[in-house]
Design a protein around this ligand. Structure first.
Ligand code: UDP
Length: 383
């Protein structure tokens, strides 16, 4: 099947990393059309996935834009829309991987008469989006998408609650290659030495720096954790949240934690860094649509503590394969981290369970089969 994948982002967030795995099996006959240039394009090229930057003008609709702003922005996008319609005619199906890709993909689907699939990586609720954005996404998905692939039950439920048609939405989790997360002990020690944290209890936080990802909750929790605990914050502000970075640095300074918090910026060696951690913390204060980092921590054999909301609840079973804490509650987070340090054997058993279970549940081959089966149903409807 010839697929035109569309994604708005020039930088690789979770949705983009997931798209690499989805597009790979189709790469002989597929194209990934991006609406912005950047490091995501390079990453796709490294995986030999054909990619073209179809638009370079930034789409100015933000997550809380009004309808007027949205329409004004649409006017500026005519060249991009024309290009996508043109490309779509060479492919069997349009696969929109982000919300802005859904908008452009829906228009192209109409004019090029190609079916549209929307991969929903978001929780479509007012916590994350303006009412206008919600209305646009739901209306377009209902009207134009033959299939909506939700990345969790939580994303599916929010879609339906916001007015999305239940008949078109199916849940498929993100897939992973478990072997990628098996790092030799010598390499682990090397990374810990490079970080200058050989003797520390390293808590890793892997996420773009954004207020709703709750890095400030972890910093706050650190004041109630044993002195040997150190945090590494891995990630950068992908969508311009520079104020939040300043806020985090200020918080670290005020709490006198300069020696216990390291900002590593965006990194592409996540498996190596995760393996060097003693624990991985996920601290989102709004419901997480899926939470790739939670599964990655499990595959790395590291204990994971996650904020109990959204997709995280589908991934973690308290005390069985990880730990769940109330979102935005630093005291509770500190208690769980301290318990993990005090009960290393119990914690290691839980991490081992998680690793075995996640290797089966999220294997990329199985996940890609699920997607192929869903896409095949669209193809058969067309014939
Ligand atoms: N990630 C990365 N480099 C970083 C920080 C994060 O490659 O410096 C990856 C992380 O390993 C995960 C993804 O970005 O695969 C984030 O996905 P997640 O579902 O956790 O959050 P999202 O960005 O989709 O909200």
């Amino acid at each position: 099947m010839k697929i035109l994948f569309l994604d708005q982002s020039g930088k690789p967030g979770g949705a983009e990393l997931c798209l690499i795995d989805i597009a790979k099996p189709y790469r002989e006959k597929a194209l990934v059309g991006l609406f912005a240039d950047g490091s995501f394009k390079t990453l796709l090229q490294q995986h030999s996935i054909p990619v073209e930057v179809l638009g370079t003008q930034a789409i100015k609709v933000s997550k809380d834009s009004s309808l007027f702003q949205a329409l004004f922005s649409l006017g500026q996008l005519v060249p991009l829309i024309k290009k996508v319609i043109q490309r779509a005619q060479e492919y069997d199906l349009i696969y929109a991987n982000t919300q802005k890709a859904l908008v452009i993909g829906a228009i192209a689907s109409f004019f090029a008469r190609r079916p549209l699939v929307y991969h929903l990586h978001d929780i479509l609720s007012k916590e994350h989006f303006s009412q206008t954005n919600l209305n646009v996404a739901i209306t377009l998905a209902n009207r134009f998408a033959s299939l909506v692939i939700a990345n969790s039950q939580a994303s599916k439920t929010a879609f339906i609650q916001a007015g999305g048609k239940s008949g078109i939405v199916k849940v498929v989790y993100n897939g992973f290659t478990p072997q990628t997360y098996q790092i030799p002990e010598t390499e682990i020690q090397k990374t810990r030495t490079e970080l200058g944290l050989e003797s520390k209890f390293i808590i890793g936080h892997f996420s773009r720096l954004a207020p709703w990802k709750g890095q400030h909750i972890l910093i706050s929790a650190l004041t109630n954790c044993p002195p040997e605990t150190t945090v590494i914050l891995v990630g950068d502000a992908l969508f311009g949240e520079q104020d939040y970075i300043q806020q985090l640095h200020q918080q670290v300074k005020e709490l006198k934690l300069e020696n216990r918090v390291k900002f590593l910026g965006f990194r592409s060696d996540i498996p190596q860094l995760m393996a060097a951690c003693n624990l991985v913390a996920h601290t989102s204060i709004a419901p997480e649509p899926f939470g790739r980092v939670i599964v990655e921590a499990m595959l790395s054999g590291r204990p994971v503590v996650a904020a109990k909301a959204g997709g995280a609840v589908e991934l973690v079973e308290q005390g069985i394969n990880g730990f769940l804490v109330t979102p935005a509650n630093p005291q509770e987070l500190a208690q769980v981290i301290t318990a993990c340090i005090q009960e290393p054997e119990k914690t290691a058993t839980i991490a081992k369970n998680a690793q075995i279970n996640a290797s089966l549940r999220f294997d990329v081959t199985t996940i890609n089969q699920q997607i192929a089966q869903l896409l095949a149903t669209i193809k058969s409807k067309l014939q």
